[in-house]
Write a protein that binds this ligand. Sequence first.
Ligand code: GLP
Length: 240
Amino acid sequence: MKIIRTKNYQELSKKASELIVALLQKKPQATLGLATGSSPLGLYQNLINHYNNKDISFKNVVTYNLDEYCGLPRLHPQSYYSFMYQNLFSHIDIKDENVFLPNGEASDLEAECKNYNALLDKANIDIQILGIGSNGHIGFNEPGTPFSQETFIVELTSKTREDNKRFFSSLDEVPTKAITMGINNIMQAKMIILIASGKGKAEAIRKLINGPVSVDFPASILQKHPHTIVIIDEEASILL
Ligand code: GLP
């Protein structure tokens, strides 16, 4: 695992976007694995800026998102589909047909997991962007998830629902389930970039980098990935 320490969130977002820009300049038909949450927002804004400056194009880029809430309509403001359009896709030249997210509204969620997993099996993701949950979750792979896990329906922990409550008007509105890529899917990416900022992530970053590899802290498996880059700001690195 390569660790890049930056001064602040702005610098972290710049470093992460430089890696993606370099990939897209070398391989305009690249495949990206994308994440939601507040961590990648600065990265996405930088990618939009680079697109506007004509440094990169997304017209041949294909994307797969990590996860989606179950039971929220696709156009609900807090669905991950809406998040991705609001914060990235609506501002760049990506083709709708090249954008993939699990469908959390599917009538048969098990079948949806199988479909999404089959897509991922063929995806060949060049770079997977990840944030990290305070309990070590990646995507929505909560503690205890086997490392061999493929796309599945997850019951969100109360900690994760509590963490994500800030996006909803009350805890009751936070969905209880999501569809997520499994850890095994995430580990197939050729390169993984995990970004974390702020002191709220410091303990998670300590366990990610120095802790034992254990299903109790799902992100720890990234220690075994051949090409993971962890980009953190000063506050997230205080416990290292
Ligand atoms: C959610 C997402 C994760 C994300 C995590 C951290 O639970 N499913 O993919 O990494 O939140 O979010 P944030 O970046 O807002 O701290």
